[in-house]
Write a protein that binds this ligand. Structure first.
Ligand SMILES: Nc1ncnc2c1ncn2[C@@H]1O[C@H](COP(=O)(O)OP(=O)(O)OP(=O)(O)O)[C@@H](O)[C@H]1O
Ligand SMILES: [Mg+2]
Length: 263
């Protein structure tokens, strides 16, 4: 039975699709059976990042009730399987995202991990992706606007019954002004599963003729190493933990910053 996990952030451009692709390949390298689903049905990017060709049958067809989910699964790099989303905006307007949970149930026995790449925002398609998942990985950046959106997304997950398993902090530069990891864990009341550096190699996904996520191109680059560490942690392998205290203590600058907002 698969762990069904949605990768969400609220805010756009935090690195959800990047994490989905790289984490998926990292889990596959650990011997897990992995399916990635491009649940960003309006702005489908996942197949592009994975360097895959446009596919005849997509999640759009499945959510329109015109194809079976099994017919929309394609082999991807590093042993992963992918359900891509379609590029047609015309179809997008007609599709019924509430079918998602039901169609995932049809294939959950076939995988160890099913990762859903969610869209930004909290529109209907995001709600459907969260509702179809048992767990959420919450992606944020170490700044207040990203954190505010992550908190809203966390609250939605709670209401919909998805467990927020871990936070991934992305674009970490270890610069002055960044919110420290422990404060982020405290604020979101969720353990930090990874702290992914801002790594220029990640941006070079499209630098070769065939696009490829960083983990497939340069597995020893700083971001790729962190994606592999997150995968190990998810699968229960022992990883070197950054000092993280037990429990979540609301104190410091961040607590003051959000004191009224969180009430
Ligand atoms: N750790 C990183 N270091 C450097 N660049 C990164 C990193 N993570 C993501 N990026 C780059 O940031 C951009 C946005 O990433 P991505 O598309 O994964 O975000 P997203 O959250 O899926 O966006 P959207 O909300 O639009 O779906 C991409 O160009 C990606 O290559
Ligand atoms: Mg995306």
């Amino acid at each position: 039975m698969a762990r069904i996990m949605v990768i969400a952030s609220g805010k756009g451009g935090t690195g959800k699709t990047t994490l989905t692709a790289n984490l998926g390949i990292a889990l596959s390298k650990l011997g897990k059976k992995v399916l990635l689903i491009d649940a960003d049905v309006a702005m489908a990017n996942l197949s592009l990042i994975l360097g895959m060709q446009s596919s005849p049958i997509t999640l759009h067809d499945v959510l329109l009730g015109e194809a079976q989910i099994r017919d929309s699964i394609y082999d991807g790099p590093g042993g992963i399987h992918l359900v891509p989303s379609g590029m047609s905006l015309e179809n997008y307007k007609r599709l019924d995202s509430e079918r998602l949970a039901g169609v995932i149930k049809e294939i959950e026995e076939d995988y160890d991990y099913i990762l859903l790449d969610a869209a930004a925002g909290i529109e209907k398609q995001v709600i459907s992706a969260i509702s179809a998942s048992q767990e959420m990985l919450l992606v944020t950046m170490p700044n207040p606007p990203a954190l505010a959106d992550a908190e809203k997304t966390r609250q939605i997950a709670q209401r919909l019954g998805a467990k927020v398993t871990g936070v991934i902090i992305n674009f970490v530069r270890k610069e002055k002004g960044e919110i420290p990891q422990q404060d982020i864990a405290n604020f979101l009341e969720t353990p930090v599963y990874g702290s992914v550096p801002d790594d220029p190699e990640v941006r070079r996904t499209f630098s070769q003729e065939k696009a490829a996520p960083v983990i497939a191109r340069i597995p020893n680059s700083p971001a790729a190493i962190e994606f592999q560490r997150i995968a190990s942690r998810l699968t229960g392998l022992k990883v070197q933990e950054d000092a993280q205290k037990e429990g979540f203590i609301k104190k410091g600058l961040l607590a003051r910053l959000f004191f009224w907002w969180k009430k």
